[in-house]
Design a protein around this ligand. Structure first.
Ligand code: PLP
Length: 383
């Protein structure tokens, strides 16, 4: 198994900070906001009320219902209790879905660039990751690309829109075309919707849950509280899938982590049913930072960047900056760290050599300082 490149970037920043360096960290894969107070209060109340025991493997009824109601309210869906389970983060929803489905030799499609965990989980289950190149379409997966990649051994595809690391969003009409191609061939789908709510106009929030039932028969939605409610440390997510698939996923979870943390489950209920102002406030902040960052990156002509419509990442190409000393994006990231104490994540870990992931889950001051450093570094490389 490969170590997570995103976690490696975090550790590199920590090490430099420990030496007293003034580090600018664009490596973060998590919100820089604190968990909203109402959610923390719900957790404290849950502890006082003794909600400290095992729960059902798939989570409390209350949380399952809150997830069902959220999707019904937001997307007009009608999921039933046997089709939902709470998980220890979106990551475990993906793990459950892959492990319960994949047999040795099954092929699993995923677009490049991919979130680092996708291929690792597939390999863990004995499957074969099959990567779809999407550079020609600016990293937005198309139905045609999916169709070309399918073989008789294709069992599953993992979709991720908004995408980590590219921030790109598959337009809803194209998403539907992709699902039509897959449904026609009986291929299973995981739609990783961890960044569901962080989408910037004119792009629209879209969930695969809204597709017609015949396109959803083999769909598992993997969702998360981590990004939407700034709850990365609480470890709560969920899966929405058919009764049959959910039953199999419950077996995997039951024999691995049992239920998600009981206190975090109570907090997650409050997250979904309580005031949603904090989500709007975070979205407004990301919107402002994104606008500033995209403009600032345009001022560095040697970098080129597709406009990310979602999540909180920009994913520029640094290929034009490379030279005989700085030959790869990994070299670029390493030199930027030692020469300018600035952390970015090398795209190679996401299957996109030549690119860097810049997270704007950080303050405007840090963004300004970091972009100044990147610009200075690029200018040095070009001379
Ligand atoms: C694309 C994607 N999916 C899933 C996750 C998992 O999030 P969590 O397990 O914290 O819910 C992440 C976290 O970085 C992610 O970026």
């Amino acid at each position: 198994m490969q170590a997570s490149s995103t976690l490696a970037a975090m550790q590199a920043a920590e090490a430099l900070r420990a030496q007293g360096a003034n580090v600018v960290d664009f490596g973060a894969g998590e919100p820089d906001f604190d968990t909203p107070e109402n959610i923390k209060r719900a957790a404290a109340e849950a502890m006082r009320a003794g909600k400290t025991k095992y729960t059902s493997t798939g989570g409390t009824r209350e949380l399952q219902q809150a997830i069902i109601d959220f999707y019904a309210r937001t997307f007009g869906t009608n999921y039933e209790p046997g089709e939902v389970m709470a998980t220890s983060g979106g990551k475990q929803a993906i793990f459950n879905a892959v492990v319960s489905l994949i047999s040795p030799g099954d092929e699993v499609l995923m677009a490049k660039p991919y979130w680092v965990t996708f291929p690792e989980v597939v390999v863990f289950a004995g499957g074969v990751p099959v990567f779809i190149e999407t550079e020609e379409t600016g990293f937005v997966l198309s139905a045609e690309q999916v169709e070309r990649a399918i073989t008789p051994r294709t069992k599953l595809i993992i979709l991720n829109s908004p995408c980590n690391p590219s921030g790109r969003v598959i337009p809803p009409a194209e998403f539907q075309r992709i699902m039509e191609v897959l449904a026609a061939r009986g291929i299973f789908v995981i739609s990783d919707e961890c960044y569901l709510r962080f989408v910037y106009p004119p792009a629209e929030v879209f969930s695969a849950a809204t597709l017609p039932p015949e396109l959803r028969a083999r769909l598992c939605i993997a969702g998360s509280f981590s990004k939407t409610y700034a709850m990365t440390g609480w470890r709560v997510g969920y899966a929405l899938a058919s009764r049959e698939w959910t039953r199999e996923m419950l077996k995997v979870q039951g024999h691995s982590t049992s239920n998600p943390n009981s206190i975090a489950q109570s907090a997650a209920v409050e997250a979904l049913t309580g005031p949603q102002d904090s989500v709007g406030e975070m979205l407004a902040e990301y919107t402002a930072r994104r606008a500033w960052l995209l403009n600032a990156l345009k001022e560095i002509p040697a970098l080129s960047c597709n406009e990310p419509e979602g999540a909180f990442y920009a994913f520029p190409s640094v290929r034009e900056c490379l030279n005989h000393e700085v030959k790869t994006s990994a070299d670029f990231a390493a030199r930027l760290l030692t020469e300018e104490q600035t952390v970015v994540t090398d795209g190679a870990g996401f299957g996109a050599d030549g690119y860097l992931r810049i997270s704007y889950a950080t303050s405007m001051d840090q963004l300004r300082e970091g972009v100044t450093r990147i610009k200075r570094f690029v200018e040095r490389l070009k001379t």
